[in-house]
Design a protein around this ligand. Structure first.
Ligand SMILES: Nc1nc2c(c(=O)[nH]1)N[C@H]1C(S)=C(S)[C@@H](COP(=O)(O)OP(=O)(O)OC[C@H]3O[C@@H](n4cnc5c(=O)[nH]c(N)nc54)[C@H](O)[C@@H]3O)O[C@H]1N2
Ligand SMILES: Nc1nc2c(c(=O)[nH]1)N[C@H]1C(S)=C(S)[C@@H](COP(=O)(O)OP(=O)(O)OC[C@H]3O[C@@H](n4cnc5c(=O)[nH]c(N)nc54)[C@H](O)[C@@H]3O)O[C@H]1N2
Ligand code: SF4
Ligand SMILES: [Mo]
Length: 785
């Protein structure tokens, strides 16, 4: 770590950042001991890194005199993954950050003020337990709401189940496009691509639709370059010139929120030019199913969908062996006209020409036509996205449906080198779901049925009176923060468990300090599967200050409620129970084998890129690719259509007042709000920046570095303007996650859109929070410093 040390001490900026954040001495003190390489107190231990950048890198750590002094990449069985990034290395400092919560705390000011006094663990846990018991007795378990941020590896769900609370660690985020794609292919949570990124070397075309892969899937960057070297044409479809776009073969800048129109035009071109794969559609999709002209439902006999069989000239159940389903033709049944899904889809997209899409997306017509040809005719092709761009829009589900249909028409699902879906977090891969800890069946334990999707809680009447939050979910998992704050102020109890004093902590009545992944009392804590490997955490150093692991906190809180006898004694017991599972990928893997193999092992899986749906069986009700959705007929959406963004559209009257679309892309400098306070990273980027094209800035009389206010009717925040020619004019960006204390005033979440699309409720994971479907205006409030 010589390099980091030198950078740390030499850089003038560091002094400024550190001055604002707290004392330097403890860090310098232990780093100075780097000459003591042969110190008998040195210990090597292995852990993995949980922040939700998706990497889940495995670390080899060195502790000296009980202090963490060195972090390196651990060696993975598949050596391509033996990686680490600067955020990971920065943990040497962040673990000892002055922002660490050192003891349990009790609120001393108003909720939101962030003023606390230290209390003992006993007082903290007794206060929480008494209140939970009172609420459960009076109002039932559903009056308690438990939620964890991503990257929290031990959500207290066993305790939650015993109390019968409403709980979740998902909802409203990263599920917009996949909610639609699920309708087509049956894909699960987050809508991963069918094929692992290591399969991209077999692709001829990769459409990255709003995916800053080289920044947001850093540990997979090599597979992007492998694909490029193997000859894939990688096309970035992104309103702005992202880091990833700089390395793509082509950049198509579109108006934000209009991806569905672009894809519909590609579908139109596939039909016009007959680039579809008839045989594939006949066999593997609902293309031959028949739509009734009267109620738009699919023709059925009993519970079986019917198709017209060419061989017999009669309607037959779609899964009858040996039939030859018709893709087109004039049919009727009982006097009702019928149209195949295939023909109806062609008709539905007839008007979605490149000229039509060009007006909406602001992409030239010829570019759209050429894109369609490249995608449909060059060979195996991928349509992929992250979750930070087009997912965070009110109508995101339509994009997922349209993309699924495009991939299906061209036979790109269940194909080597093909695929459709999200590619971040190295999804998909070989996997084994871990079961929860088995609680006794005769005690009536079990979580309450959630009253509403998670993002609704602050805004709609509900039974919740107490929230227990692990992480920063109150700030990160809700838009329109002023409304969230108003809700929090009405509650009987707010508990936050975190390592650092983040924005959610500021609202807590009781704060409980937890440990980082380096600190714990146990030698096998948590389990994680990523990139076809399984890993667990070894203790590297003792818990700092008075912090405890979430496991320990759950146990001790359960003890206060007389429930701890039902929980595992140690996390190692929990891991043993999870690994005692017949899932083939886990065969031969035990806590002991993990320990003997540097705490990481490859799953018992082929050394081949993971590819789903190769057998052309889908997790849909018909087991086929479903091009038409009866479920969404009540929304007049049997097929997906383009709709203008709910808020960020020039057709919105609000646009006159707030003409800038606000995007909050993810950044290499943090994982969401994690690393906001990493002082080594703060040397590079000290504060949030309002990134804006200089053309837009000029209109507002802004000079680089001016202090500006970003505002709309929901709220406002202040930060410095950074001239960013890479931004598409008409859009501004502040990367998500910054803690409020780094803004000159407010927080970006004060302005974000919290409207939820009614069409999202019947979808598998509910409606998505349209963070990017937000309009704002920007004005100068101070000069450059
Ligand atoms: N370093 C780092 N890596 C991360 C994370 C992190 O915080 N830090 N977070 C992880 C998580 S949980 C997530 S969800 C992913 C997110 O991963 P990505 O989706 O790659 O993240 P973003 O950079 O937010 O968005 C990608 C791109 O979408 C573009 N975009 C914005 N609006 C639109 C639009 O309407 N249409 C199109 N086509 N493009 C648009 C943006 O300009 C941006 O370049 O990253 C994961 N990886
Ligand atoms: N406006 C806007 N908001 C967004 C987004 C956006 O694009 N725009 N992106 C969204 C996306 S895609 C995502 S995935 C979410 C991510 O948001 P979150 O899921 O909230 O992730 P983080 O911000 O990284 O917060 C993780 C918190 O957990 C704490 N923590 C870490 N380890 C532990 C542990 O072991 N125990 C406990 N108790 N705490 C721990 C960390 O200190 C940190 O405070 O943000 C979303 N919010
Ligand atoms: S922050 Fe992400 S990429 Fe960096 S070391 Fe940690 S897990 Fe790996
Ligand atoms: Mo995410």
């Amino acid at each position: 770590m010589g390099l980091s040390r030198r950078v740390f001490i030499k850089t003038g900026l560091a002094g400024a950042a550190l001055g604002a954040c707290g004392a330097l001495p403890p860090v310098a003190r232990w780093l100075r001991r780097s000459d003591a390489a042969t110190d008998p107190q040195e210990r090597v231990a292995y852990t993995y890194h949980p922040p939700n950048c998706g990497g889940r890198c495995s670390f080899k750590c060195t502790a000296r005199d009980g202090k963490l002094v060195k972090i390196e990449a651990n060696e993975w069985p598949d050596k391509r993954h033996s990686l680490i990034c600067l955020r990971g290395l920065s943990e040497l400092e962040r673990v000892y950050s002055p922002d660490r919560i050192k003891t349990p705390l009790k609120r001393a000011g108003e909720r939101g003020e962030g003023k606390f006094v230290p209390i003992s663990w006993d007082e903290a846990l007794t206060t929480i337990a008494n209140k939970l018991k009172e609420l459960k007795d009076k109002y039932g378990g559903k009056s308690i709401y438990l939620k964890a941020s991503s990257g929290v590896e031990h959500p207290m769900f066993s305790l939650g189940a015993m109390l019968g609370v409403q709980m979740t660690n998902a909802g409203g985020i990263d599920i917009g496009i996949s909610g639609g794609l699920n309708q087509v292919t049956g894909v699960g949570l987050f809508g991963p691509m069918n094929n692992e990124v290591t399969d991209w070397v077999n692709s001829k075309t990769i459409l990255m639709m709003g995916c800053n892969f080289l920044e947001t899937a850093m540990t997979d960057a090599q597979f992007f370059y492998d694909a490029k070297e193997a000859g894939a044409k990688i096309i970035s479809i992104d309103p702005s010139y992202s880091t990833t776009t700089t390395r793509c073969d082509q950049w198509i800048s579109l108006r934000p929120g209009t991806d569905t129109a672009l894809i519909l035009a590609l579908i139109n071109q596939v039909f016009v030019n007959k680039w579809y794969n008839e045989e594939y559609l006949r066999k593997n999709s609902t293309a031959p199913f028949l739509i009734r002209a009267d109620d738009k439902k699919l023709l059925k006999a009993g519970d079986k969908f019917l198709v017209m069989d060419k061989n017999t000239g009669s309607f037959q159940p779609y899964d009858t062996p040996g039939i030859q389903p018709e893709l087109e033709g004039d049919f009727s049944a009982d006097g009702v006209k019928l149209q195949t899904v295939f023909a109806a889809l062609r008709e539905h997209t007839k008007g979605n020409t490149p000229a039509w899409a060009s007006k909406i997306t602001e992409v030239p017509e010829k570019v759209i036509a050429d894109l369609a040809k490249q995608y449909a005719t060059a060979g195996p092709a991928v349509v992929t996205w992250g979750w930070g761009g087009p997912d965070k829009w009110y109508h995101a589900d339509s994009m997922g449906r349209a993309a699924g249909i495009l991939a299906a028409l061209t036979g790109n699902i269940g194909r080597i080198g093909g695929g459709v879906g999200a590619c971040n977090h190295h999804l998909p891969g070989y996997f084994a779901p871990f079961k929860g800890w088995p609680l006794p069946k005769d005690k009536g334990f079990g979580p309450a049925k959630p009253e509403m999707p998670a993002p609704d809680f602050p805004y709609k009447p509900n039974s919740v009176r107490a929230v227990i939050i692990q992480g920063n979910a109150l700030n990160q998992w809700q838009a329109n923060a002023n409304k969230t704050a108003a809700w929090l102020k009405k509650l009987d109890l707010v508990v936050v468990v975190d390592i650092f004093q983040n924005d959610s902590v500021n609202y807590a009545d009781i704060v409980l300090p937890t440990c980082t992944n380096f600190e714990m009392e146990y030698d096998s804590y948590n389990l994680q599967i990523r990139r076809n490997h399984i890993m667990t955490m070894q203790k590297v150093i003792d818990p700092l200050y008075e912090s405890k692991t979430d496991f320990q906190i759950e146990k001790e809180l359960a003890a206060k409620l007389g429930l701890d006898q039902y929980l595992p004694k140690t996390p190692e017991d929990l891991n043993r129970a999870r690994l005692n599972d017949p899932a083939p990928p886990l065969r031969g893997i035990t806590v002991e084998t993990l320990k003997a193999n540097r705490y990481i092992q490859r799953l018992n899986a082929p050394w081949e890129p993971f590819r789903s749906n190769m057998n052309q069986v889908y997790a849909t009700p018909t087991k086929k690719i479903e091009l038409y959705s009866e479920k969404l007929l009540s929304f007049n959406a049997g097929f997906p259509s383009y709709e203008e963004p709910q808020e960020a559209s020039p057709s919105n009257p609000l646009f006159k007042k707030y003409p800038l679309q606000f995007s909050q892309a993810h950044t290499r400098y943090r994982a969401h709000s994690s690393f906001s306070n990493a002082r080594w990273i703060l040397q590079i980027i000290r504060e949030p920046k309002v990134e804006m094209n200089p053309r837009d800035a000029q209109k507002r009389g802004l000079k680089n570095g001016d202090l500006v206010e970003v505002f709309n009717d929901r709220g406002k925040f202040q930060a410095r303007y950074q001239a960013t020619p890479e931004m598409r004019p008409g859009s501004i960006r502040v990367s998500e996650g910054w803690w409020s204390k780094y803004f000159a005033a407010g927080n970006l979440q004060n302005v974000t859109n919290s409207a939820l699309n009614p069409r999202g409720y019947p979808l598998i994971h509910g409606p998505v929070i349209p963070f990017n479907d937000t309009l704002v205006e920007v004005k100068k409030v101070g000069g450059a410093n």
